[in-house]
Design a protein around this ligand. Structure first.
Ligand code: ATP
Ligand code: MG
Ligand code: MG
Ligand code: MG
Length: 493
């Protein structure tokens, strides 16, 4: 039987609706009341007030016990930043849908694990011998016991013992911040080809063994003295990546080969007349065309969703990330797919509206305006490229001639200062030529330039080489940070 992505999404909804969960529509990709977040990066974001106990008791949310939805997530910039992996990864995206179910002080670990197992093995009928789960191994230093309950519940469901793998606090303990609600998690992995074993989960070295679902058991409050106080009312927070589940159920080799992405790849081919997508990754993708297909297909989805939620390209915060995604995509389309920039992304956008507009009608509401924004950004970028690319080529060919592994920080700064090439763009362009950039040298050049033009900070003489500490000092005391670099903002979930 063929599992369309629409059917996969709706079967998830049906299952949790039948278990007395309430559908709560996805929140915006751009969080309205949460300055700590650039973009919604998980389904739990909009429920934070419940976990923190700050929810307005008169609001509808205060009465929620069980909820489910599919959340529009963006992981580009901020704490979860998968942007640099796009094109390379067969299952990470900047925009993705996170299916989720929640219990707010209602059912807990046992029931949540039983539900996850039933969804995967009975609803979607995935073979049990290809499913693995992790559990928190404990952290004696911080007084945390191993989560043997989770392990026990998986055993009770019938999961083989050698499929249940301990994991460290890095992957298996979730905290919202330095204090507050937190707890162990259990991640579910699927072996897409069969015949793998637990070592692939431990080493995370096999692209065919992928994480599909995360169950978080919010059972502690981290106190200001660092201790963990058991919560009187415990919560469940889960996240299941739709694109990954579709990849698994459609028996493909990546998320891009599914019905969520194929129409986009086809339209890219139609617009560019380049050879069809062949699904090659890494060094096997010798001409870089398949990688370019993936970057463009991924980026047109995130651009569409961010713009439809009111995102505006700019030089700070989410606007900066939006602009960077457009430029990264446009550059790739131009250099690898032979596109003349001007209205490429706006011509591609309609396929996204067609495939997801019935689930998220908001993306179809302001399409003309969205397309105008895309076009003017694309044109402006094309002009920037025209002016600065000569210097970029000089700088990179010199580096290659000299067998250097990176381009100098001063040059990176000049590209930024004179031609408006943000450092993220230069880094991305250099990477395609196998070059890095001198990040510290760039910071030094930036700080020096600001130092001579704006302030002369105490204790720093012009012309004296700045140390990394000096740069940190400048940054902290004079806010000399270039505002275009969203990744430097302190952000947390
Ligand atoms: P990974 O380790 O693969 O990067 P994660 O541990 O960062 O995933 P979680 O924060 O646990 O992911 O999010 C819950 C689920 O959301 C994941 O199990 C996965 O199915 C999905 N997911 C996370 N990041 C992405 C992404 N960049 N693209 C697509 N799906 C994602
Ligand atoms: Mg991740
Ligand atoms: Mg993970
Ligand atoms: Mg995870």
């Amino acid at each position: 039987e063929f599992w369309t992505s629409d059917r996969i999404r709706s079967e998830f909804f049906n299952y949790f609706r039948n278990k007395n969960h309430t559908f709560v529509p996805s929140s915006s990709t751009i969080p309205l009341n949460d300055p700590s977040l650039l973009f919604a990066n998980a389904g739990m974001n909009q429920f934070k007030p419940i976990f923190l106990g700050t929810v307005d008791p008169r609001s509808e949310m205060a009465t929620l016990k069980r909820a489910f939805n599919s959340q529009k997530c963006v992981r580009a910039g901020g704490k979860h930043n998968d942007l640099d992996n796009i094109g390379k990864s067969s299952y990470h995206h900047t925009f993705f849908e996170m299916l989720g179910n929640w219990s707010f002080g209602d059912y807990f670990k046992k029931e949540s694990i039983a539900q996850s197992w039933e969804v995967l093995t009975a609803v979607y009928k995935l073979p049990k011998d290809q499913i693995y789960a992790t559990y928190f191994e404990g952290d004696a230093e911080n007084g945390l016991e191993p989560d043997l309950e989770a392990k026990q519940h998986w055993l009770e469901q019938g999961m083989a013992e050698d499929h249940i793998v301990p994991g460290s606090s890095k992957d298996n303990f979730w905290e919202m911040g330095k204090t507050g609600p937190c707890g162990p998690s259990s991640e579910i992995f699927f072996d897409c080809v069969g015949g793998r074993n637990a070592s692939h989960i431990v080493n995370q070295d096999d692209p065919n063994v992928i994480e599909i679902w995360n169950n978080v058991f919010i059972q502690f409050n981290r106190e200001s003295d660092g201790s963990f106080r058991p919560l009187p009312s415990k919560h469940i927070d889960t996240g299941l990546g739709l694109e990954r589940l579709v990849y698994v159920l459609q028996n493909k080799r990546s998320t891009y080969d599914t019905d969520l992405f194929l129409p986009i790849l086809t339209q890219i081919q139609h617009l560019t007349r380049i050879r069809p997508y062949e699904g090659r990754f890494g060094s096997i993708d010798t001409d870089g065309i398949d990688t370019a297909y993936r970057i463009v297909a991924d980026h047109v989805r995130s651009l569409t969703f961010i713009l439809s939620d009111g995102g505006i390209p700019g030089s700070v915060g989410s606007g900066y990330v939006l602009r960077h995604i457009l430029r990264r995509g446009a550059l790739t389309a131009r250099n690898k797919l032979g596109v003349t920039l001007g209205s490429f992304f706006s011509s591609l956008m309609p396929v996204v509206l067609e495939s997801l507009g019935h689930i998220y009608p908001e993306i179809t509401q302001r399409t003309k305006e969205m397309q105008e924004i895309l076009d003017s950004e694309e044109r402006a970028f094309s002009q920037i490229l025209e002016k600065g690319e000569k210097l970029f080529q000089q700088v990179t060919s010199r580096a290659i001639q000299q067998n250097a592994t990176e381009i100098g920080g001063g040059d990176v700064w000049r590209l930024y200062d004179t031609f408006g090439f943000p450092v993220d763009l230069t880094r991305f362009m250099a990477e395609q030529l196998g070059l890095g950039i001198d990040e510290v040298g760039f910071e030094i050049a930036k700080a020096r330039s600001r130092e001579s033009s704006t302030v002369s900070p105490v204790g720093l003489t012009q012309g004296v080489a700045l140390t990394v500490h000096d740069i940190a000092y400048l940054r902290d005391n004079f806010k000399l940070e270039a505002t275009d670099d969203a990744s430097k903002h302190e952000l947390s979930t």
